[in-house]
Design a protein around this ligand. Structure first.
Ligand code: GSH
Length: 239
């Protein structure tokens, strides 16, 4: 029997990349971490694409389950919640509700905010300022955050009283509204939820692993962070 931890996590400091770190820190699970370096294109290397055919982070390998590989951040959270029996409400209907809001994050909030970020923080600084695309993605992100705000009315967390993998998936994205340049005006329930999670020490620690990126939250030297980030993804900007 190896005494290595079951979970080996391949990740980087991004909204999707932090999701499994949040779970593992909140659940007090021991894990090994491999930092995928985008500047070296680790995510596109042959060895990594054997694990993740999509060439994106995060990915986990479960040594405790025949080296089973899981990619896609929502599927990783679901797998970890089932394995450790934590942060997922019990019952079929509750599972369906959790999946609905997890899908809402994975197919809506993540992609729309991700494109709002791409057009404003990566393409625009490199001379491709596409106002039509920026407006489309910023407006759609705002609409989705309004849906989330309504869901949070009268609740501490997205599914109710309990902090779950759905909050873990959604918080890193929604909390980066500054980086996506989406207004939060009038979204009081969302702001209250941010405050609640801002106070969770283990989640906040997770947002520094493998490293912090304070500019996503409007802190630190945003201009310097934008330039470094745009340079890192320079090859993704093709007219
Ligand atoms: N749907 C995937 C998306 C993963 C994804 O886009 N990851 C980004 C970081 S947030 C990435 O690996 N970017 C590197 C690249 O685009 O080469 C998931 O949720 O796991």
């Amino acid at each position: 029997m190896s005494n290595k931890p079951d979970i080996k996590l391949y990740t980087a400091a991004t909204m999707n990349g932090w999701k499994p770190v949040i779970f593992l820190e909140e659940a007090d699970v021991d894990y090994d971490l491999v930092h995928i370096d985008f500047s070296k294109k680790d995510q596109k290397s042959n060895w990594y694409m054997q694990l993740n055919p999509n060439a994106r982070i995060p990915t986990i390998v479960d040594r405790g389950n025949d080296d089973f590989v899981v990619f896609e951040s929502g599927a990783i959270l679901w797998y970890l919640a089932k394995k450790y029996q934590k942060f997922l409400p019990v019952g079929d209907k509750q599972h369906s509700q959790a999946l609905q809001w997890l899908m809402f994050q994975m197919s809506g909030i993540g992609p729309m905010m991700g494109q709002a970020m791409y057009f404003q923080r990566i393409a625009a600084p490199q001379g491709h300022e596409e106002q039509f695309s920026i407006k489309r993605y910023v407006d759609e992100s705002r609409r989705l955050l309004e849906v989330l705000d309504k869901q949070l009315n009268g609740k501490d967390y997205i599914l109710g009283d309990q902090y779950t993998i759905v909050d873990m998936a959604t918080y890193p994205w929604a909390r980066s509204y500054y980086w996506a340049k989406v207004s939060l005006d009038g979204l009081d329930h969302l702001n209250a939820w941010f405050k609640r999670i801002d106070e969770r020490a283990k989640t906040q620690k997770a947002l520094t692993i493998p490293k912090a990126f304070p500019a996503f939250f409007g802190k630190g030297d945003v201009a310097q962070a934008e330039a470094a980030n745009a340079a890192r993804f320079k090859s993704d900007v093709k007219a």
